[in-house]
Ligand binder design. Sequence first.
Ligand SMILES: NC(=O)c1ccc[n+]([C@@H]2O[C@H](COP(=O)([O-])OP(=O)(O)OC[C@H]3O[C@@H](n4cnc5c(N)ncnc54)[C@H](OP(=O)(O)O)[C@@H]3O)[C@@H](O)[C@H]2O)c1
Length: 293
Amino acid sequence: MKVLVTGAAGLLGGRLATLLAARGFAVVALRHDAPTPPALPALTLDLTDQGALGATLDASRPDAVVHAAVLSRADECERRPDLATDLNARLPGRLGAACRARGIRLVGLSTDLVFGGERALSDERAAPFPLGVYGRTKLEGEQALLSADPSAAVARVALVAGRGHGPRGTASESIAWALREGRTVRLFADEHRTPVDPESVADGVALLLERGGAGLFHLGGPERLSRLELGLRVARVLGLPSRGIESALQAEYGGPDRRPADTSLDSARARQELGWKPGPLDRALRSSRLQPD
Ligand SMILES: NC(=O)c1ccc[n+]([C@@H]2O[C@H](COP(=O)([O-])OP(=O)(O)OC[C@H]3O[C@@H](n4cnc5c(N)ncnc54)[C@H](OP(=O)(O)O)[C@@H]3O)[C@@H](O)[C@H]2O)c1
């Protein structure tokens, strides 16, 4: 199956492109500015260029598109809401329409940050309540994609831990890099997530590509834990000193975006309908890079 992966230079998108290729998909990496994995054939495209999107699909004729391109940094989304709206909210609808018109299977990626964090282990029926521009625009993007192409799937991915792609680190890598450099990391004891690794996300996306499945699917890891617990686990699993880890509370946070307390995901739908099984957290943490690429 020929699969076009958008955002294939991204922290998760780049890893997904590599992992889907390793699972036997003929992956074409869609690149913008930053480098995509060197082993994969790549096409360059600015996805905000509406005319070029259809032309690229017609020229490359993929069987499926995995849509991972995004404006993901919360602070940038708060500063540039128009760009966040165009990329995260409107583009998925245009892509949905373009794929549906061509009979191309579409799997879009979204985030646990569509939730406001007021309850643990949300499933797909739980009411979303995004607190910031990132979560709001991603939620609008999910809705636009699925209304343009009701046969498409959207995988809502939890906080990513384990091995990422490119210069930024996953949640576990950022902690590991700080501890190795002797920096202090302040981690919230009252912020809970279900971290998941790119390998498990690639398994879920592969199942959605091969078996079909329409609508929302949660892909969260097997354990719910706080950021502080995650940090201590990273230190233990990777044999790093934990003395640089400081406990903090969300109330002390002074950033521009509001942080949801608990966006842990219940992934029973993916487990039951797709047979998806996320890998163990310790395996994910062990695969973290010990320094940026
Ligand atoms: N990382 C996480 O912890 C996490 C957690 C939950 C869900 N997710 C979801 O997973 C997906 C992938 O996230 P990620 O971590 O890989 O994001 P990322 O690291 O921010 O990467 C985003 C990608 O989008 C590309 N892009 C941005 N603007 C573009 C444009 N105009 N045209 C074409 N490409 C453009 C970027 O390319 P350039 O850099 O070249 O501009 C980059 O490759 C997103 O849907 C995100 O919401 C991620």
